[in-house]
Design a protein around this ligand. Structure first.
Ligand code: GH3
Ligand code: MG
Ligand code: MG
Ligand code: MG
Length: 303
């Protein structure tokens, strides 16, 4: 198993067609970070996707695909678009530098380079990357459960909705709500309630199967799940399993009128998103189904 320190180390991908450049740059950075090397743009792109580095040092003049071409691809792909790129190149004039920065690089270093300058600039951009990630976490992660919050949900819904419209594919939206949670808090205390929220949220999250399946805490003891490109039947089955996995936790709730353990009610819909539909209203049909599930006696899924 990797040590804590090893998992905290940031990764820098160096892409350069000259082996000697790769060696020298790798050697001067290795004491601070984990180094990944690529000797062509094509290999670099693959490694950027596979390893998701915190920073890329990119040569410009390379046979086949230039660094200027590669950065366009990196900035257009969702898996790589947020990785900062520093050009390190023999094109040491202001018009190329301007071009590089215009294409989205965060910095531009001339070759031949000074070791200390490369180290300092890499350090600076890694620190900025770390701060960006922290801000992203603060903005998008619910601190109690560790899953996405409602702000992130709104972003992801927008993304999934537009992609579903484009691809004419279905999107399932599911609202889930813990049954008689007020009674739980009243009898077991708020701290115990917090612990259950964390446990339920993470059990639901783990029950999702595909990388794009998404869950967020919608509010108090309510969660929302988005299943893109999933059939109605498949979505229903998945959510039935998710609910089952929560009941399998067998969390005692002696004050629940519907069971003696923690249960959830859920409402789901499969829809074919259309451009003209207002996004804010997207959740309403799932919410109506959740209301039905509560009306019909809770501890169930209505679709
Ligand atoms: P129902 O079965 O109809 O959903 O009833 P309920 O009691 O679950 O629903 P209600 O809306 O009446 O109460 C929700 C409760 O959820 C009240 C509140 O104390 C609890 N809750 C909301 N957010 C939190 C939280 O962050 N921590 C804890 N411990 N409890 C929370
Ligand atoms: Mg070169
Ligand atoms: Mg509720
Ligand atoms: Mg509830």
């Amino acid at each position: 198993m990797m040590s804590q320190a090893a998992t905290c180390r940031q990764r820098v991908l160096i892409i350069d067609d000259q082996k000697t450049n790769l060696k020298i740059l790798g050697d001067i950075l290795r004491q601070d970070v984990d180094v990944i090397l690529a000797q062509s743009a094509e290999q670099g792109l693959r490694k950027a996707i596979d390893y998701h580095p915190d920073l890329i040092l990119l040569d410009v003049l390379m046979p086949d695909i230039s660094g200027f071409e590669l950065i366009k691809t990196l900035k257009h792909q969702s898996q790589t678009s947020s990785i900062p790129v520093i050009f390190i190149t023999a094109l040491n004039d202001s018009s190329h530098e301007e071009q590089g920065l215009h294409l989205g690089a965060c910095d531009y270093i001339y070759k031949p380079f000074h070791t200390a300058i490369v180290q300092a600039r890499v350090r600076l951009h890694l620190q900025l990357a770390r701060q960006r990630r922290m801000l992203e976490q603060l903005a998008h992660i619910d601190p109690l459960t560790g899953i996405a919050n409602r702000r992130k949900y709104a972003q992801v819904l927008d993304l999934f909705w537009r992609s579903a419209v484009r691809q004419q594919s279905p999107l399932s939206i599911v609202m889930l709500d813990i049954d008689h949670f007020k009674e739980y808090n009243d009898h077991y205390g708020h701290a115990a309630g917090d612990k259950i929220l964390h446990q339920v949220a993470n059990t639901l999250k783990e029950s999702l199967k595909r990388p794009n399946d998404f869950i967020a805490r919608y509010g108090g003891e309510e969660f929302v799940i988005l299943l893109p490109e999933s059939s109605e039947e498949g979505s229903r089955q998945l959510i039935e399993q998710s609910l089952q996995q929560v009941t399998d936790l067998q969390i005692r709730h002696d004050y629940s009128p519907v069971s003696d353990i923690i249960t959830l009610s859920a409402g789901g819909v499969s829809c074919m998103p259309a451009k003209e539909q207002p996004l804010e209203a997207a959740i309403k049909p799932a919410d109506d189904m959740l209301y039905q599930a509560k009306q019909q006696g809770k501890n169930r899924l209505c679709w």
